[in-house]
Design a protein. Structure first.
Length: 94
């Protein structure tokens, strides 16, 4: 569901005024957070902060079991779900 973060970026860029940008960001990000999904940039802060606070997680476990899958998911969802659909809907083949 990381495509929701990408969709928030695209909706923000598509809006012309500040109110439209705020609404375009608010709904996808709110849904993303409400479903408890993870985002690589947020995890790059929260997981090391947890380790420094004494959480029983190793750096290897953090990278292999969280960062790598989440980053791959961000890339795939951003390309397939958002960019490809926008390209199909609005792009022109020349």
């Amino acid at each position: 569901c990381n495509w929701m973060v990408c969709m928030a970026v695209f909706l923000s860029e598509a809006a012309r005024d500040l109110g439209g940008k705020m609404v375009g960001i608010w709904f996808p990000i709110s849904a993303f957070v409400a479903m408890g999904m993870e985002h690589s940039v947020a995890n790059m802060f929260l997981l090391p902060a947890g380790i420094l606070a004494g959480a029983p997680v190793t750096v290897v476990k953090m990278v292999c079991k969280n960062w790598i899958p989440v980053i791959i998911g961000n890339a795939i969802a951003g390309v397939i779900c958002v960019a490809a659909s926008y390209s199909y809907a609005f792009g022109r083949l020349s």
